[in-house]
Design a protein. Structure first.
Length: 127
């Protein structure tokens, strides 16, 4: 059976997401600044530099040049990316139904009483 994905905005690879997490946390920084925040074993400088340039081509990152040094900064906020990503998940896996999404998580993941209360509080606040 062939299924078609409904919407597919640009998604980040695992390596791209790891670099974006650093940029979202730090704001603007140079490649060495990104490397300093990455866990061991750290990738090579050239690897991070290449991934940052790919992120720039995809429209996720911008830069300011200071001579030969480039300072990179996020063009897409973490919240905006998360919203777009979750909208895609919602449409592709749950037919746009938030109740199906919540049902999926409640059936497949143990929710604490605090999490359940937080969800109910959020939902009541939206009405």
């Amino acid at each position: 059976m062939v299924e078609i994905v409904k919407k597919r905005p640009q998604e980040l690879t695992r390596a791209e997401l790891e670099i974006m997490q650093v940029l979202w946390a730090k704001g603007a920084t140079v490649v060495h600044g990104i490397l300093d925040e990455m866990p061991e074993p750290r990738p090579a400088y050239n690897t991070v530099s290449t991934i940052v340039r790919i992120l720039e081509k995809k429209g996720f990152v911008g830069h300011k040049a200071y001579g030969k040094t480039y300072e990179y900064y996020p063009l897409v906020s973490k919240e905006a990316y998360a919203r777009r990503y979750m909208d895609t998940v919602l449409e592709n896996f749950f037919d746009g139904s938030v109740s199906r999404l919540v049902s999926f998580f409640s059936e497949n993941r143990t929710l604490s009483a605090e999490e359940t209360d937080e969800i109910l509080t959020m939902l009541r606040g939206r009405r």
